[in-house]
Design a protein around this ligand. Structure first.
Ligand SMILES: Cc1ncc(COP(=O)(O)O)c(C=O)c1O
Length: 450
C-alpha cells in the first residue's frame, strides 16, 4: 500500500469484508463510495415553544410539576427536542444499527461538534467528545506529557474527579502533584487573594494548573481570566513546552455562563454536557487550544480514519496529522443516540440565548442568596458577588447537619443536594427550569425548618 490509489482500493475491500465489525463509519469518510448520509431528524413539536418565556422553557421539560427542582444540575432532565432526537436515533439503531450507523455517524458527529463550536464560540477542530467530565479529566491528566521532575499543581477546592485523575496518573507514571489553597473563606474571598495564591503556588517545575471553574463545594466561581493573565506573565518567560497549562473542570459554569473558553483564557476546558446544559446523559467534551493539545497523548484509541488506517498499514508510530477533535475523541461504540442528540441541547440553549441563560441563572441565585442571608441561623458559603459566583448556592446551618436539612426539604418536595466533600453544605442550583415562585417556596420551606 505505497500509494494513495491502492490504499483506497484496500480500504474498500477491507470495508467490504469487515465494515460492520469495525463499525466506525468515521473511517468511511475517506472512501468515495460511503453511503449517503442522512441528517434529517424529526424535530420536536416546537409550535408552542417560546424561548423568550421562562414558563415555556420550563414546559419543555417533563420534570415533576409538584417538585421544586434545585438539584436539576446534578444529572440533567432533557428538554423536548433532546428527547425527540434521542428517540429518533434510538429507533434508527434498533431497526438497523449497522445501516443507521454507516449512513449517519460521520455527519451526526460533525453536527454535534459544529453545534458545540457555535455554542462555545470556538473552532470545532478543538473539541473532543467524551461521555462525562470525569472521563475528560482522566484523559487530560492521564495523557499530559511530563518529563522527570515536572509536576501538576491542583487546588484543595477541586472535586474528586480532578484529584483522583491526577493521583492515578502519578501512581502510574511516578510523577508528583501538589494542592494549594486559593482562599481561606469562600464567602469573603477576593480576586486578589485567589490570584496571589496561584502565583505563589506555581514553581519552576509546574507544567499544569488544575482548577475548577465553579466549585461544587462552595459555589465559588473562580476569576479564570485574572488567573490566566497572571499565568500568562509567568509563561512569557518560559519555553513553549514548559508553559503552565491552565486546565479547567468547567462543568458547573458550562451551560450557565456566557463566555467562551478562549475569553476565559484556559488551555483546556473539560465539561460534562449533562448538567447545566441539560444535554443527553452520558455526554461531555474537552475543548483545548491547539498548542495545548500537542502536549497530551490520547489515552483511549480514537476510531478516527487516520488512526485505523495507520494501524492497518502497520505504522508503528501511529497516525500523522492529528486533529485533536478526532484523535482525542475516544473510540469504541457509544450510546450514540445520546451523543448525537447533544446537538439539540446546544441549539436549545442558543435559541434561548446564552446571555439570557446567564442573566436568569445569576438573577435567581441572587434572589435565593438575598433571602438566605436574612436568616440569622443560615451561614451563606457562596460569595454574594456575581463575579465570584454562578448558579450554585451553598449554605450551612450551625447545629443542623446538611443531610438532615436535605431530608426535611425533600419531604417538602424541594429537591436539593448536599456537597459530596469532607465539609458538607446544603447545595441548591437555580437554573432555567426554576421560577421566582420556586425560590420563594424554598425560602418558605426553610423557614419551617430553621
Ligand atoms: C466539579 C465537578 N466536576 C465533575 C463532576 C462529575 O461530573 P460528570 O458526571 O460529568 O463526570 C462533578 C459532579 O458530579 C463536579 O461537581
Amino acid at each position: 500500500m505505497s500509494d494513495a490509489g491502492s490504499r483506497t482500493v484496500d480500504r474498500r475491500s477491507f470495508l467490504a469484508r469487515s465494515g460492520a465489525v469495525l463499525g466506525a463509519a468515521a473511517w468511511l469518510a475517506g472512501c468515495d463510495d460511503a453511503p449517503e448520509q442522512s441528517t434529517a431528524l424529526a424535530t420536536a413539536d416546537d409550535a408552542t415553544f417560546d424561548p423568550t418565556d421562562w414558563a415555556s422553557v420550563r414546559s419543555q421539560f417533563d420534570l415533576r410539576p409538584d417538585v421544586v427542582h434545585l438539584a436539576a444540575f446534578v444529572l440533567a432532565s432533557h428538554p423536548r427536542a433532546v428527547r425527540a432526537a434521542i428517540a429518533q436515533h434510538a429507533a434508527g439503531l434498533d431497526e438497523d444499527a449497522n445501516g443507521y450507523l454507516s449512513a449517519n455517524e460521520v455527519a451526526l458527529e460533525d453536527e454535534v461538534r459544529s453545534a458545540a463550536a457555535r455554542y462555545m464560540g470556538a473552532d470545532a477542530s478543538a473539541i473532543a467528545l467524551t461521555d462525562s467530565t470525569t472521563m475528560g479529566l482522566a484523559m487530560l491528566y492521564g495523557g499530559l506529557e511530563l518529563k522527570g521532575g515536572e509536576e501538576i499543581l491542583a487546588t484543595t477546592h477541586d472535586f474528586y474527579s480532578t484529584h483522583e485523575s491526577i493521583r492515578l496518573r502519578c501512581v502510574r507514571n511516578g510523577d508528583s502533584w501538589r494542592k494549594i489553597e486559593l482562599f481561606r473563606d469562600s464567602s469573603t474571598a477576593s480576586v486578589d487573594e485567589i490570584v496571589t495564591n496561584v502565583v505563589e503556588g506555581v514553581r519552576p517545575e509546574t507544567r499544569a494548573l488544575a482548577v475548577t471553574w465553579v466549585h461544587s463545594s462552595t459555589g465559588m466561581k473562580l476569576p479564570l481570566r485574572a488567573i490566566a493573565d497572571a499565568l500568562g506573565e509567568i509563561n512569557d518567560a518560559r519555553d513553549e513546552d514548559e508553559r503552565v497549562l491552565l486546565c479547567v473542570d468547567g462543568v458547573h459554569g458550562f451551560g450557565n455562563q456566557n463566555v467562551s473558553p478562549a475569553e476565559l483564557g484556559c488551555d483546556f476546558l473539560v465539561s460534562g454536557c449533562h448538567k447545566w446544559l441539560f444535554g443527553p446523559r452520558g455526554t461531555g467534551l474537552i475543548w483545548g487550544q491547539a498548542r495545548a493539545w500537542r502536549r497530551v497523548v490520547p489515552t483511549i484509541p480514537a476510531f478516527a480514519p487516520n488512526g485505523i488506517m495507520a494501524w492497518i498499514e502497520g505504522q508503528e508510530e501511529g497516525p500523522a496529522n492529528l486533529t485533536p477533535s478526532l484523535d482525542q475523541t475516544p473510540g469504541g461504540f457509544h450510546s450514540f443516540e445520546n451523543r448525537w442528540a447533544l446537538k439539540e441541547a446546544f441549539d436549545f440553549h442558543l435559541a434561548i440565548g446564552r446571555d439570557r441563560v446567564e442573566e436568569r441563572t445569576q438573577e435567581l441565585a441572587q434572589r435565593l442568596k438575598g433571602s438566605l442571608s436574612e436568616f440569622p441561623s443560615v451561614r451563606l458559603v457562596t460569595p454574594m458577588d456575581d463575579e465570584l459566583s454562578a448558579g450554585i448556592v451553598c449554605f450551612d446551618i450551625p447545629g443542623l447537619q446538611a443531610p438532615e436539612v436535605l431530608t426535611q426539604l425533600m419531604a417538602r418536595n424541594i429537591s436539593v443536594s448536599v456537597t459530596p466533600y469532607a465539609q458538607q453544605c446544603v447545595r441548591m442550583g437555580p437554573s432555567i427550569v426554576t421560577s421566582d415562585e420556586d425560590i420563594d417556596n424554598t425560602v418558605g420551606a426553610l423557614a419551617d425548618i430553621v
